[in-house]
Design a protein around this ligand. Structure first.
Ligand SMILES: *Cc1c(COP(=O)(O)O)cnc(C)c1O
Length: 429
């Protein structure tokens, strides 16, 4: 076996590998459809008897190249792009669930995912139990039911910044015969590769660090190919028994390690259609070409900013898993020794009102509903994403009313710190 390529090389050269005379840069195949000269061959494509492109909702060469790059970065067996991170998490879960099933998820997840799991999928008959990311083995075990199909969590939670004990969660999932799905958006494969710790499926909002330039919404699902669906045949009949919508194909028998991702593509994407546009896939690829350079810089800058905030009298608290003394520092050292992410949360002594004054004084850092962009951005959940909630309701939802979420960019750290310093000094007036 050849030695695995380094992540740096995959970021640049993975996915699209042109043959002699082909374009060096990834071509954008901006075509909904593909031409054939034999009706017979087209039929075989529809029967999944032959590989090939016929309609971009099912597969497109540009999308496939970008998915292959992300797949190689994560060390997976197969991957698919989706139109958003939301679609990726929805498909990742619903590829295994139907009405009457149950999902266990960490409570420390992105707000959109929390809504998806606790409001939207229950309307489709799939129930969800939330567990603390710090749950003990026994607490985790208590959340599972006979109809549980999935355990879900985020490597570094947005915005809680908890770090997942991936091995503990993987063990709990496997003890109950289900896969662990991990949303690896914040850590990125540059800092953490969940498959190496036992996760079975990884999802991404490529909108964040992978794009990195705030250009395009996108998502990705990567399958490790490691979960043994046949060992739990009756739990995962969608994979282990004939799919009548594909002339009785049995995904595990026909596609082996690619069973899960093939079903997600040929069934869910076919029917629900949240496909990534090839133009946008091209932009994501351009972002990926510098992921290995940008992510370490985000982390380096965030460490400096977090230390600065920690040193200030007017800052009540700082949460950053890359900061020594943080509750999650040890777990971060284990699972992401090269760095965590660029996002910090902190609170001012002047609380909810002080946060608004502080943010209005910022000049270099901009107020945005976004994270993980090359530009430093700031958001105050109590004034923005969660503004309908009272202080009491915020605390109940695990959001400190004073919490400011700072997404540290890749500008000069000194300039970011200087901007924060002047804004803090004016906030005191
Ligand atoms: C942003 C985000 C999502 C949702 O992704 P979109 O691309 O905005 O749909 C999911 N998970 C995490 C961790 C995120 O940060």
């Amino acid at each position: 076996m050849t030695k695995k390529r380094s992540l740096d090389t995959i970021c640049i050269q993975g996915g699209w590998e042109p043959k002699n005379g082909e374009p060096r840069q990834l071509p954008i195949c901006q075509s909904t459809t593909f031409k054939y000269t034999s009706s017979e061959q087209m039929g075989r494509l529809f029967d999944l008897e032959e590989n090939g492109y016929f309609y971009t909702r099912l597969a497109n060469p540009t999308n496939d190249a970008v998915a292959a790059k992300i797949c190689e970065l994560e060390g997976g067996a197969g991957a698919m792009l989706t139109s958003s991170g939301q679609a990726a998490n929805f498909y990742a879960v619903m590829n295994l669930c139907q009405a009457g099933d149950h999902v266990v998820s960490s409570a420390a997840i992105y707000g959109g995912t929390a809504n998806l799991f606790t409001v939207t999928i229950p309307k489709m008959g799939v129930e969800c139990t939330l567990v603390s990311p710090d749950a003990t083995k026994e607490e985790l075990a208590a959340a599972f039911r006979p109809n549980t199909k999935v355990l879900f969590a985020e490597t570094i939670a947005n915005p809680a910044l908890t770090v997942l004990d991936i091995e503990k969660f993987a063990r709990a999932a496997h003890d109950h015969g289900v896969p662990l799905i991990v949303d690896n958006t914040f850590a990125t494969p540059i800092n953490c590769r969940p498959f190496e710790w036992g996760a079975d499926i990884v999802t991404h909002s490529t909108t964040k660090y992978m794009d990195g330039h705030a250009m395009t919404i996108g998502g990705c699902i990567v399958d490790s190919g490691n979960f043994d669906w046949e060992a739990h045949h009756d739990k995962f009949k969608g994979l282990t028994e004939p799919d009548e919508s594909y002339h009785g194909v049995i995904y595990t028998q026909k596609f082996g390690k690619l069973a899960y991702i093939t079903k997600a593509t040929s069934q869910l994407m076919r029917d629900l259609g949240s496909i990534q546009s090839p133009q946008n896939a091209f932009l994501i690829n351009a972002g990926l070409e510098t992921l290995h350079l940008r992510v370490p810089r985000h982390c380096e800058n965030a460490c400096k900013v977090a230390s600065f905030l920690k040193s200030r009298e007017d800052v009540a608290w700082v949460s950053y898993p890359g900061l020594e003394g943080d509750k999650y520092y040890q777990l971060a050292k284990k699972y992401m020794p090269t760095g965590t992410c660029g996002v910090i949360s902190f609170g001012l002594r002047s609380g909810r009102e002080g946060a608004a004054r502080f943010m209005d004084r910022l000049r270099l850092c901009s107020i945005e509903t976004h994270v993980a962009d090359s530009r430093t951005a700031v958001l105050h959940p109590a004034s923005h994403t969660h503004r309908q909630l009272t202080n009491e309701q915020l605390t109940e939802a695990g959001v400190d009313p004073s919490m400011i979420r700072l997404s540290v960019g890749i500008e000069a750290a000194d300039d970011i710190i200087e901007d924060i310093r002047q804004a803090l000094e004016h906030t005191a007036d």
